[in-house]
Design a protein around this ligand. Structure first.
Ligand code: SIN
Length: 489
């Protein structure tokens, strides 16, 4: 990996404003999913490092909280500008450790920077309320204050944007932070933190602990009374255990967990719009996003034309190393991810699904490149009806009536994203309101933006990230009752 600024390739923990090795001296390897080659060795932190990080965040909190909102906003702006100025290097680092195409990685840098810009703007808008009092001699006021030290545990699929979406509102609100990025993709997070340091964000405000022992590091974050908030993006299973671990200290929680997004194509959909929206939503990051369509529900009247058009569109997808020209998607993150997709396909085939295109690893590209795969005749009885595929597989299921389509869409414990395509405005509203999901794309596959509240219902999580509500997740509301003011005239 060639960088214009080699100082962005950081491999140590960042605690109290200093780059430092793990207490144990251990390191871990970060590999390139496209080749399996080691791209860097990074500090392999543990519980003791996590404790030092929490102590640093706790020590930094009074002065960060005490800074006026404009000063915090200016520092966030400086961080945003630094990210944009180093966009190419940050994208190169991301592609090397995550595998997504360079163009998509650069798009993620913009996406992450957009969260920082948004919360730089919001930092000055932590408004409270003056509430009409119950008696004339009182005044009732609600103010908003930072929660305190906030922990962020982030995933490998968006190594920049997910960290930005947690750190930016925390910093804007006046919280200090401790972070644990995914073991597979620590380099993007470390580079971001180096840019935060250069932007002048004071020591102790952001602390980062990389390491393999997620239980030990997460255990310190969840168990520490000093940590008042935890934000996690990842699987529902891990989310549940983090939630349980936070119970003893009753922390505020934001959980962005798994999904099982339905993509409904009604008979009255514009076929070209539907196919384009579906392909863009599904093959983003090789199908490895929590909001990727997992089940494609197609109404009988349009089914055959839709499946044919999907096959034709998928034939144009180009798969290869993220550094290649014109690549639509790259490798899956690791061997376990490939094995999971293959086993879901095997189960679907055994239960009667037909593989119309793809179905395995691509010859000659290495073991982690999976073919764009189109399945027809999928059903809710297959494992992929209830489990996240997290790979480039489109599984088509058929339905007859609108009510049946909606019932199938909602037949899942998850409720993160859902999509529908129809030209009937009344149906769009009706179905969007009936879908049990936190996010609904209507004739649109790319729904992610810093302006909108991102999050799920049911077992897809708690809380919202981004948007106006995003900063409130890092604030407490305090009610002030002023008495003895006299009856007034
Ligand atoms: C995710 O997969 O968790 C996030 C996707 C997004 O922000 O678009």
């Amino acid at each position: 990996m060639e960088l214009k600024d080699s100082g962005l390739l950081k491999t140590e923990l960042f605690i109290a404003g200093h780059w430092t090795g793990a207490v144990s001296g251990a390191t871990l390897e970060v590999d390139d999913p496209a080749t399996g080659r080691v791209v860097a060795r990074v500090a392999d932190g543990g519980a003791e490092d996590a404790r030092r990080a929490v102590a640093a965040a706790e020590a930094a909190w009074p002065s960060w909280r005490g800074l006026d909102a404009l000063a915090r906003a200016d520092l966030l702006w400086a961080w945003h500008d630094a990210l944009k100025a180093h966009r190419d290097d940050l994208a190169a680092i991301m592609t090397a450790e995550q595998g997504k195409p360079l163009k998509e990685a650069a798009g993620e840098i913009d996406y992450g920077a957009a969260y920082i810009r948004w919360f730089a703007e919001e930092a000055r808008r932590g408004y409270g309320e003056v509430i009409p009092p119950p008696a004339g001699d009182r005044r009732v006021i609600a103010i908003r204050q930072p929660v305190g030290v906030s922990a962020a545990i982030t995933p490998w699929n968006f190594p920049n944007a997910m960290l930005a979406r947690k750190l930016a509102p925390a910093l804007a609100a006046g919280c200090t932070t401790v972070c644990k990025p995914a073991t597979q993709t620590p380099l993007s997070a470390l580079a971001m933190v180096e840019l935060a340091r250069r932007a002048g964000i004071p020591e102790g405000v952001i602390n980062i602990v990389t390491g393999r022992d997620a239980r030990a590091i997460g255990g310190v974050f969840t168990g520490s009374p000093a940590v008042r908030k935890l934000s996690f993006t990842g699987s529902t299973a891990v989310g549940r255990s983090l939630m349980a671990a936070c119970a003893d200290t009753v922390k505020k929680l934001s959980l962005e967990l798994g999904g099982n997004a339905p993509f409904i194509v009604f008979d009255d959909a514009d076929l070209e719009t539907a196919v384009e929206a579906l392909v863009r939503a599904k093959f983003r990051n090789a199908g490895q996003t929590c909001i990727c369509p997992n089940r494609v529900l197609v109404q009988t009247g349009i089914h055959d034309r839709c499946v044919e058009a999907l096959g034709a569109r998928m034939a144009k997808l180009s798969v290869g190393p993220g550094t290649g020209e014109g690549v639509d998607y790259g490798p899956l993150i690791d061997d376990a991810a490939v094995a999971k997709v293959a086993s879901l396909l095997e189960d679907a085939r055994a239960k009667g699904a037909r593989v119309l295109r793809g179905g395995g690893v691509i010859d000659g590209l290495g073991p982690r490149f999976f073919e764009p795969t189109l399945l027809d005749g999928a059903t809710m009885a297959m494992k992929l009806g209830c489990e996240e595929i997290f790979g480039p597989v489109l599984a088509v299921m058929r339905f007859d009536t609108e009510a049946e389509g909606v019932a199938m869409a909602n037949d899942t414990e998850y409720g993160l994203a859902a999509y529908l395509c129809s030209r009937d405005q009344a149906r769009c509203w009706r179905v969007a309101e009936a879908l049990e999901a936190g996010i609904v794309g209507i004739n649109e596959g790319l729904v992610s933006t810093e302006l909108a509240p991102f999050g799920g219902v049911k077992q897809s999580g708690i809380g919202r990230e981004g948007a106006r509500v995003g900063m409130a997740e890092y604030q407490e509301t305090k009610y002030l009752c002023l008495g003895g003011l006299g009856a007034g005239s």
